[in-house]
Write a protein that binds this ligand. Structure first.
Ligand SMILES: [Zn+2]
Length: 481
């Protein structure tokens, strides 16, 4: 039996977060009324001319810098000719032999757990096509050209991946970086990020590349992982049965968990690429590259390092807090407000992320860092207990008042006066004589039970430190009696 290994390269299309389309001033918005965002340029009326969107170029350069690419001072747009109903011009403006960025790399966690470098062959700019809708009408199809002409950045890696897990790790990290840089919102459901793995297998140890199969219609990172794993098994089965693999494009059906043949692969010359005569070559001066790299947002790894250094947080904590840029920002603001980074981190990772679930949108979260910071301060100052704080947090989700106001209006602040606590402690000692005897005979666990009951009696409002001390002191007195 021959043992096989996987060889994978990926193409990623990331929609650039710009206000307007790539070559006209139509809005670059998802979800608008079909064909609302169109004009003579993106509808390809005769006599119109494209004008390049500067922000799209700058964002691509920014990504190129983040991925250690060479930024080419000279690049050119090319026409990729193909005929399809969602492509008004009958060609797509892309870049062919001279992309904006080339020869970069990206670090991931390899299958062996060690850092692994994935080479990026190129990053280029191109326009997206429109969208065909087949299901909305009984016969025929409808076309929505809102997406036609929106800016995409296409990234192409070398075939450096050797497992589905490596690809998954890459996609998660890539998405995070693009979101940190405000280059792409990374919204998979809206199609802002799409990936196409090229998958081939070869006998283990061989240096020759096998026949590559391109996988399309991948709509999530999990689907990419499943699709690659499926292809690995399918291709081995084909070869074992004596069949020959041929270069083809296959679709992925995530419900069935299977790939299916779409078409045998076109070669590049089928597209009849040639430089677009309507657009000037793109010249990117050194000064612009310098300016972009100097004003670039902090990258996730740099932020993690800083959070460990500045706030003394653990590696695990910063991993969670930096998974999204918005989470990290939210944490930092909370920490500043309450001046207790560890407690702030616990609250963000615990309560805030619990309520937020999978939604990464913290902007509309009802408790903003300022108010969470005030709440954490109240705990820190001993004005409320941790248990009460959770109750206040729940109230704050619906009530826009300050935590202080909520605490005082509902009488939730800690009871710190010695008399009230002492009274309860004495009551508890009288109520549970057996447990007191057990405790005195060395069964220290019972102490928690006694404190729990005392807290219950005080509706969670006793100052915990004081309660603990008084309980100990009173039991001690009993012992000496
Ligand atoms: Zn337009």
């Amino acid at each position: 039996m021959i043992e096989y290994e996987l060889v994978i390269g990926i193409e990623i299309h990331a929609q650039l977060s710009t206000q307007t389309k790539l070559f006209c001033s139509c809005p670059n918005n998802f979800g608008d009324i079909p064909n609302q965002n169109t004009c003579p340029v993106c509808l390809a009326h005769p006599g119109t001319l494209p004008v390049i969107n500067r922000t799209a170029v700058e964002k691509t350069v920014k990504a190129g810098i983040a991925f250690h690419c060479e930024i080419n001072s000279f690049s050119r747009f090319a026409r990729k000719n193909y005929f399809y109903p969602d492509l008004p011009k009958g060609y797509q403006i892309s870049q062919y032999e001279s992309p904006v960025c080339s020869n970069g790399y990206f670090e991931i966690k390899g299958s062996d757990g060690l850092p692994k470098r994935i080479r990026l062959r190129r990053i280029h700019i191109e326009e997206d096509a429109g969208k065909l809708m087949h299901e909305t009408v009984k016969s025929g199809s409808l076309v929505d050209l809102n997406r036609a002409g929106t800016p995409l950045m296409e990234m192409v890696t070398e075939p450096d991946f050797s497992s589905a897990d490596e690809v998954y790790d890459f996609l998660v990290r890539l998405r995070r970086i693009l979101r940190y840089l405000n280059v792409c919102d990374g919204n998979m459901e809206e199609g802002s990020m799409r990936c196409e793995p090229n998958i081939s297998i070869r006998p283990k140890g061989s240096t020759q590349l096998g026949t590559k199969i391109e996988l399309k219609n991948i709509n999530s990172f999990k689907a990419a992982k499943r699709g690659i794993e499926f292809e690995f098994r399918r291709q081995i089965l084909c070869l074992d049965m004596g069949e020959k693999l041929c270069q083809e494009t296959r679709g992925w059906d995530d419900n069935k968990g299977e790939s299916f043949l779409m078409r045998t692969k076109e070669d590049a010359h089928d597209y009849r690429y040639f430089p677009d005569p309507d657009l000037q070559p793109l010249r990117i001066p050194e000064s612009l590259i310098k300016q972009i790299s100097e004003t670039m947002e902090e990258l996730p790894d740099a932020r993690k390092d800083r959070l460990v250094k500045v706030y003394g947080l653990s590696e695990n904590d910063v991993e969670v807090l930096c998974s999204e840029k918005t989470h990290a920002e939210y944490f930092e603001k909370t920490a500043e407000r309450c001046n207790d980074p560890k407690l702030a981190a616990n609250w963000v990772m615990g309560e805030v992320l619990r309520v937020l679930k999978n939604d990464s949108n913290l902007e509309s979260f009802p408790i903003q860092p300022d108010r969470l910071g005030m709440l954490v301060s109240l705990i820190k100052q001993g004005k409320i207990s941790g248990t009460i704080a959770k109750k206040v947090f729940e109230l704050m989700l619906k009530n826009p008042d300050s935590p202080e106001k909520i605490v005082s209006e509902r009488g939730l602040s800690v009871v710190g006066d010695d008399d009230s606590i002492l009274k309860v402690v004495q009551e508890i000692i009288a109520e549970f004589p057996d447990q007191i005897t057990q405790y005195l005979s060395g069964k220290e666990k019972v102490f928690g039970f006694l404190i729990g009951n005392a807290m219950k009696k005080m509706k969670g409002k006793a100052d915990p430190a004081k309660l603990n001390q008084m309980m100990k002191d009173e039991i001690e007195k009993k012992k000496n009696m």
